[in-house]
Design a protein. Sequence first.
Length: 299
Amino acid sequence: MLMQTRQLEYFVAVAEDLSFTRAAKRFFVSQAALSQQIKLLEKEAGTRLFERDSHHVELTPAGRSLLGDAKTILRYEQESLIRARRRSKGIDGTLAIGYIKGYEHTNLSDMVLSFLTDNPYVTVSFMRENVSELYDALKAETIDVAFNLLYDPSQMEGIEYQVLKHWPLLAVVPAGHPLSGRQTIEFSELKGYELVDIDRGSENYGENSRINTTLEDAGLAPKVAYVSQDIATTVLAVASGMGYALLPGYFTSFIHANGKVSAIPIEGREQEMCTVAAWLPSRRNDALDVFLDKYLQVG
């Protein structure tokens, strides 16, 4: 007969309390019933586990050896049951999400909320960064999925992605700017005005070349007045009168600058900014697979 879980539980209780009486009270059983199970365990082990008389109880060397193993077995069984219960309520594990600065104003939180509602035992973490840092983190497996801008698909070797939405490109100008009252503008009308740029990182994902080409095609070669590290800081710089900025529609709808800036759509640029969810196809993560399959919202 193999050792039973209940026998191990009784054994650990007696070993911790050094008392058959107190151990029996823990489990609401008679001392005789508990003693019988300990005897069966000793028979299975082929040795005495306790030295006991009417005055005291102590572990034998064999008992001390079994105690650590018994606790490990019981802990493992408990953890297995917890994992099984969690699986019945969805998956467990971790999911590390990276997102481009400003993307917190989209439906990203709705996706994560739905995912966590159905999978409450998954631990989610976030990284908020610029384009190249996010793709670099993805390749380094620091994050599982990146919600990011796509500039040059040919630079995405080793990365899979799902296009989520195309956003308009808008010019953000300070209050009192000659263009601030316009409903729309043409790109060329920005000529001669200074630009507040955002740090573009490396050349690895086509961001620099794409932006430079866009400006050149519009006949613009703006003087860069300031380079920020953050999209919100960019708006602050614009509100301070340092220049104009070119920002995607997923952020401009949520600008809170008390009327100090305005965002103007640029004609012909209504589908300029493409956002994607990107991941490594080699990444093995059940939480990532479920998130991509069931909770990713396109459009």
